[in-house]
Design a protein around this ligand. Structure first.
Ligand code: SF4
Length: 357
């Protein structure tokens, strides 16, 4: 028999008070800090996200200071977290709050949803943690706990399932402690009712949990769709003239928008030396260049893609050739020593760290 709604919330919040991790964004009702932590934690686990949160809050203590920063600086600070579109949305959102809301986040779930990069989950988190609005958060942890405790078999891959869980949560969330309830259920899912090894034997819900009592822990939540992983092949050409290399910020609507990389030819496979030589001779009309280095193959795993990359370093001997490459590739010369300070994907950082120029 499942807990009554009230008993469920009470047990959950009691568990949370005993077991919660001390995290800086839990010590505050400041919607800016809460928003920042939620956006960062969408990318990563808490242990990895914590130093990023600290870096951002130290450098940008208010939404106004973040709004005034350059996008370049925001992306550089974000480096290593991936999903750079979220960093750009973060910056845009800060600018909107600063310019249109007088530097104060809107206080309701509905208004928060209007802001760039704030979806249902983040809006619910800010509204409940900072402003005590009784609106439930729904993330992977919450799906898991609710489906297991109450025996919900709806497929969480279907968008329509969200509503089923929201309705269940709406009947559980206490109006006098909605923020605490939301924090508690997420923390319980993250620490106790974990995906593969939940601690059922010492669980406060073990006497009533549907999944435990019916031996269905491994089957819940139900999730059918598998995301297809796409392989991509990047052939990077690192054109070098003296101490300078050609780089540019990525403009296409694709991964890593705004970050810097080298001249890239994406094909269905990585080039061998012969193909690389042909490609370079198509770009440089003279013979005053040399292919001086071919890197090992780099494998870079993103959520829905695997990038395979090979770097072909080409030394240019004549400044005229370098200038015409700048014109044809629309990249910019940057001295090798300055590459450390520009925003770039981790893949490019790894290559630069591995390479002796
Ligand atoms: S009994 Fe197991 S499956 Fe049920 S809530 Fe507790 S940890 Fe999760």
């Amino acid at each position: 028999m499942a807990e009554s709604n009230q008993a469920f919330s009470k047990i959950l919040i009691r568990w949370y008070e005993r077991h919660k991790r001390d995290l800086p964004w839990r010590e505050t009702k400041d919607p800016y800090a809460i928003w920042l932590s939620e956006i960062i934690l969408q990318q990563t686990r808490v242990a990895q996200g914590l130093p990023y949160f600290q870096k951002f809050i130290d450098r940008f203590p208010t939404v106004g200071t973040l709004a005034e920063a350059s996008q370049e600086e925001v992306l550089a600070l974000w480096q290593g977290l991936g999903y750079y579109s979220r960093a750009r949305n973060l910056h845009t959102c800060a600018q909107t709050v600063a310019s249109q809301y007088d530097g104060k986040f809107p206080t309701s779930y509905r208004e928060l949803l209007q802001l760039k990069g704030i979806g249902g989950y983040t809006a619910a988190a800010i509204a409940s943690f900072a402003f005590n609005e009784a609106v439930p958060v729904v993330d992977g942890n919450v799906y898991r706990v609710i489906s297991r405790v109450f025996g919900l078999h709806d497929d969480i891959s279907n968008a329509s399932t969200r509503k089923v869980f929201e309705e269940r949560l709406a009947s559980l969330i206490p109006s006098d402690a909605p923020g605490e309830f939301n924090q508690a259920i997420m923390e319980f899912g993250a620490l106790h009712c974990t995906p593969s090894a939940p601690d059922c034997k010492s669980c406060a819900f073990s006497h009533s949990c549907f999944a435990f009592r019916n031996n269905e822990v491994a089957n819940l939540p139900v999730k059918t769709k598998k995301v297809k992983v796409l392989n991509r092949y990047f052939n990077y050409f690192v054109f070098q003239f003296g101490e300078q290399v050609l780089m540019g910020s990525r403009k296409d609507k694709d991964i890593w928008l705004g970050l810097h990389d080298f001249f890239n030819i994406e094909r269905e496979e990585l080039f061998d030396e012969e193909t690389a030589l042909i490609e370079v001779s198509n770009l440089i009309s003279t013979a005053n260049w040399e292919l001086i280095d071919i890197s090992a193959t780099y494998k870079h795993v993103l959520t829905h893609r695997i990038i395979y990359a090979r770097f072909f370093r080409v030394r240019i001997f004549q400044s005229d050739d370098f200038v015409s490459l700048i014109q044809s590739t629309k990249l910019k010369p940057i001295s090798v020593g300055d590459t450390a300070g520009i925003s770039k994907p981790v893949l490019i950082t790894n290559y630069l760290n591995d390479t002796l120029f």
